[in-house]
Structure formats: structure tokens, C-alpha cells
Design a protein around this ligand. Structure first.
Ligand SMILES: [Zn+2]
Length: 280
């Protein structure tokens, strides 16, 4: 069984944040490829590990939420929202179980996902006091208008970022968005055992890049969904924004999923999932 540990870095801003700091991390263990047998939405069950209980897969005790943070939301509501986002993003019959809670992580790590086949444990760093915990994760009213980026994949124009910057006076300003970290880590949990290269300008605000700045929120982009589906061997992925849903040239004509506008992906890519585990 392959296993890898990834430490990710953040984009610094201001004196304190300058330099490279690890911000997300994941430990991945993938013993076999995902098996998809039907074209339907991915199913994600999220289960909170409450303070004092042991984390499945990784061990160690869950702790209380940070003593203080911005916003009045809860990790549970954030994780439910993040799970729904990925259910919408991936078309496949696979069921994924994700355990999550607050815990102890390295000082530079916001969140960590440990992935074993279709089960994952996500730990969020309870030592940070500068989280933004949005009480309305489905609404981006602490942020400005959505910004977008586009990239080219196999000669096809594809949305590669959907992101927001915090408004000057809102609760999100200067804080790390827990929802963004949850979406990022849930992505690892559903099989995105890689990071998008944030040195490429058209990709540097994708959800699955290894870096985050305070005051920034990222949503799933078509590129995130596509790369995850390709890597894990899922049957289809959602597209977002002004993107034409076109099966990529490499795709085989699988059954097109019932949900939304989807690209079809090759079943051949499933074999890659078992072998192609990035060291990040
Ligand atoms: Zn990551």
C-alpha cells in the first residue's frame, strides 16, 4: 500500500506571513483504484469527531474548537457545505465517508486529510485564532464579487478558478477561511491526492493549490473537478461558470451522468489512480 505525506505551503503577505509556511497537508494511502459502477452523484457522509474522542485512521484525540475566531458559524455546518460542493462536482456512484474535527497540527498547518480508499479523516488546527467560521457558508456576503480564471486543457478552454476577496469591513478580512480549507481537504478526501501547481498563473487560485492567504475564499473550479475525476477515475465532473461542457479528446464514450453538464472521463484513468501518487 502506497503512502505519502504532503506538506503544503502558503502565500505570505505582510511581515508576519512572509516566507513559506505549510498550510494544508495530507497523508494519502491508496491501496486500490476507485471503482465506479454507475453514473450518479458522488455520495459523501461527513461525521464529526467530538472533543475527547479518537480520530479514526490517524489516532489522537479530537479537541475543542479554537478559543476565539471570527464569525459565528460551526465546523459542522462548514463541513456539510463542503461535502455538498464535492457531491455536486463529481458524477459517480462512489460513497465516501469523511470524519472530521478540531485537533493538534503543526504550527503552520491549517488542515490535514488522511485518506484510505473511500474513507478520510480531516483534522483542523484548533491552535489558530484567526479562522473565519462563516455562519452562512452558502452565501459569500463577507466577500466581493466572484473572480474567475481560465486555463486551456487539450485545446479546450476551462474555468480554472472561482474565488473571492474579503470586503474591507467584513468578518472575513484578514482571517483564514475555514470553508476554503474544508473544501480543499474534502477534495483530498474524495481522491484528489495531488496539488495544482500554483506557480502557473492561470491555475494559482484553483481550490487544490497548496497555498492560501488570509481574506481569500476559493470555490471549486471546473479544473479542480476535472483533475480530481481524472486522477481518481471518476466517471464525470461538473463544469462551472462560462465553460462549455465538452468531453476531453482523451475521454472514452462512457455513459454520461445524469447530473448537470458533465464531461466524460476514461475508465482507463482509474488504473492511474493506484499508481500515480504525487509526493507533493
Ligand atoms: Zn492539500
Amino acid at each position: 500500500m502506497l503512502q505519502t505525506t504532503c506538506g503544503l505551503s502558503m502565500q505570505g503577505r505582510g511581515k508576519k506571513a512572509r516566507g513559506r509556511k505549510c498550510f494544508f497537508a495530507f497523508i494519502a494511502s491508496l491501496g486500490l483504484a476507485f471503482v465506479a459502477t454507475e453514473a450518479s452523484a458522488l455520495s459523501i457522509s461527513v461525521a464529526e469527531v467530538r472533543s475527547g474522542n479518537e480520530f479514526p485512521l490517524v489516532g489522537g484525540k479530537a479537541l475543542n474548537a479554537p478559543k476565539s475566531y471570527s464569525g459565528s458559524g460551526t465546523l459542522a455546518a462548514i463541513m456539510n457545505s463542503a461535502g455538498r460542493s464535492w457531491e455536486d462536482a463529481i458524477a459517480d456512484g462512489v460513497r465516501v465517508t469523511i470524519h472530521y474535527g478540531w485537533g493538534t497540527l503543526g504550527s503552520n498547518v491549517l488542515g490535514r486529510a488522511t485518506v484510505v480508499q473511500h474513507e478520510a479523516t480531516i483534522v483542523f488546527n484548533n491552535n489558530y485564532k484567526n479562522w473565519f467560521v462563516d455562519s452562512t457558508p452558502e452565501v459569500n456576503n463577507e466577500y466581493g464579487a466572484m473572480k474567475k480564471k481560465t486555463t486551456i486543457v487539450h485545446d479546450i478552454s476551462m474555468n480554472s478558478a472561482r474565488y473571492f476577496r474579503a470586503t474591507q469591513s467584513g468578518d472575513a478580512k484578514g482571517h483564514y477561511d475555514l470553508l476554503t480549507v474544508a473544501r480543499h481537504e474534502v477534495g483530498h478526501g474524495v481522491g484528489a491526492l495531488f496539488h495544482v501547481d500554483d506557480t502557473i498563473k492561470s491555475l494559482d487560485q484553483a481550490l487544490l493549490v497548496p497555498s492560501l492567504m488570509p481574506g481569500l475564499r476559493r470555490d471549486l473550479s471546473t479544473y479542480d473537478a476535472y483533475k480530481t475525476a481524472e486522477f481518481a477515475g471518476y466517471m464525470g465532473y461538473s463544469t462551472y461558470g462560462n465553460v462549455v461542457a465538452t468531453p476531453l479528446p482523451a475521454a472514452l464514450p462512457l455513459a454520461i451522468s445524469a447530473i448537470g453538464a458533465l464531461g466524460a472521463l476514461s475508465a482507463m484513468s482509474r488504473k492511474r489512480a493506484a499508481n500515480n501518487i504525487d509526493a507533493c
